[in-house]
Write a protein that binds this ligand. Structure first.
Ligand SMILES: Cc1ncc(COP(=O)(O)O)c(C=O)c1O
Length: 375
């Protein structure tokens, strides 16, 4: 068996950034403002300019980033929030935290993002049933690519629903030249190390459109703090981004656009390398993905992965069991017709190595291994 290449090469990135990182981290340690230091504010400012957002709030992780807007908007028991089932747990996990119910919606078979037609049907059905009140949609920028925001936003407008783009995997992606916040009321980001813009620990942020939402989210993120210190206006939580992580992210943001280009070039090489044998991962028309994952579908997934591993090529499955098939989530309603596209994808998808530095011999090895495994 050949030695394994990395699934995500974080080390090459670290080598590029090492001197700046060392300096930035040393500065935070020397200045001693470990919590809510000036780097956190600077990061929020830069996230706004990078992501075309009027407001940004850094927080502890991408899961808290999802619950904070729900809390700020008063989403509560009896409310329905429409989410895909083909996603990481966090997208739905936060809904019971505020007492709301998930309603699972099927995905588009080619992009793996929420299918707007299925969303429209699900919202109408839940409204007609009258047990839950439709309140919000969380579209996921799965694998780094933008969901179909123009279509999803039109449905939200028709029914008066809030829209969150769960861009944990997709911060930096665009559709027709715009970031998801162009359509969404809030965009949530994860800085988990393996994400396209990752820090060296847990981290997250929420982008939003108005100062009032940001102020409420900030209060919820800081124990429900009111206008005075140690005065509490609501029940909150502790969700701040460490100053050191903000300093790391400021360094990483400097090269993020270049890394997104690198990821797109790598995706292009994959499509050219084996697009004749397997359908390459499709991005929505007009979309630019940040390629958190490069995902293909195969018939015999276990066999395919074993052959790749034999050639020293790691692979991963996102996600083998969709949320609606997991015990804690099986209780929630689904759109009419169930989730056949989600279930088929979960059995067939496999993700290949991807990062901003993929190329040369490393990528050639993946392409050769994929071709050999499929031939
Ligand atoms: C789609 C999606 N949403 C939310 C999250 C949660 O982010 P975090 O791990 O930073 O809490 C993730 C993380 O994997 C994710 O992939």
């Amino acid at each position: 068996m050949s030695s394994m290449i990395p699934f995500i090469d974080l080390d090459t990135q670290r080598q590029h950034l090492q001197p700046g990182l060392d300096q930035a981290i040393a500065k935070v340690i020397a200045e001693g403002r470990y919590i809510l230091g000036p780097e956190v504010q600077e990061l929020e400012k830069q996230l706004c300019s990078f992501g075309e957002a009027p407001q940004a709030l850094a927080c502890a992780n991408g899961t808290d980033a999802l619950v904070l807007p729900l809390e700020a908007w008063g989403i509560k028991a009896g409310d329905a929030v429409f989410v895909p089932s083909f996603t990481f747990a966090s997208t739905a996990e936060v809904l019971p935290w505020v007492g709301a119910s998930a309603v699972f919606v099927d995905i588009d078979p080619e992009t793996y993002c929420m299918d707007p037609q299925k969303l429209a049907e699900a919202v109408k059905a839940i409204k007609d049933q009258g047990e839950l009140t439709p309140k919000c949609v969380i579209a996921v920028d799965l694998f780094g690519q933008p969901a179909d925001y123009p279509a999803i936003k039109a449905i939200c407008d028709e029914y008066g629903l809030k829209l969150i783009s769960d861009s944990a995997q997709g911060f930096g992606c665009t559709l027709n030249g715009h970031h998801p916040i162009h359509w969404a009321d809030a965009t949530t980001i994860s800085f988990y190390p393996a994400k396209p813009l990752g820090c060296y620990g847990d981290g997250g942020a929420v982008l939003c459109r108005d100062a009032e939402t940001r102020a409420l989210m900030r209060s919820y993120a800081i124990h429900g703090e009111g206008t005075e210190r140690y005065e509490y206006a609501r029940i909150g939580r502790n969700s701040r981004l460490d100053t050191i992580q903000a300093a790391v992210l400021l360094e990483k943001l400097k090269i993020f656009a270049k890394e997104i280009d690198g990821r797109n070039q790598a995706a292009q090489r994959y499509a050219e390398g084996f697009g004749d044998l397997v359908r390459p991962h499709k991005v929505i028309e007009g979309g630019v993905s940040v390629w958190a994952q490069y995902t293909i579908e195969v018939d015999d997934r276990d066999g395919f992965r074993a052959k790749l591993a034999e050639a020293g090529v790691p692979s991963a499955v996102y996600y083998p069991i969709p949320l609606h098939k997991q015990a804690p989530y099986a209780v929630y309603p689904q759109g009419a017709g169930g989730l056949p596209v989600t279930e088929a994808a979960a059995e067939r998808v496999v993700s290949l190595p991807m990062d901003g530095y993929l190329g040369g011999e490393r990528q050639a090895r993946v392409i050769d291994a994929v071709r050999a495994a499929l031939s």
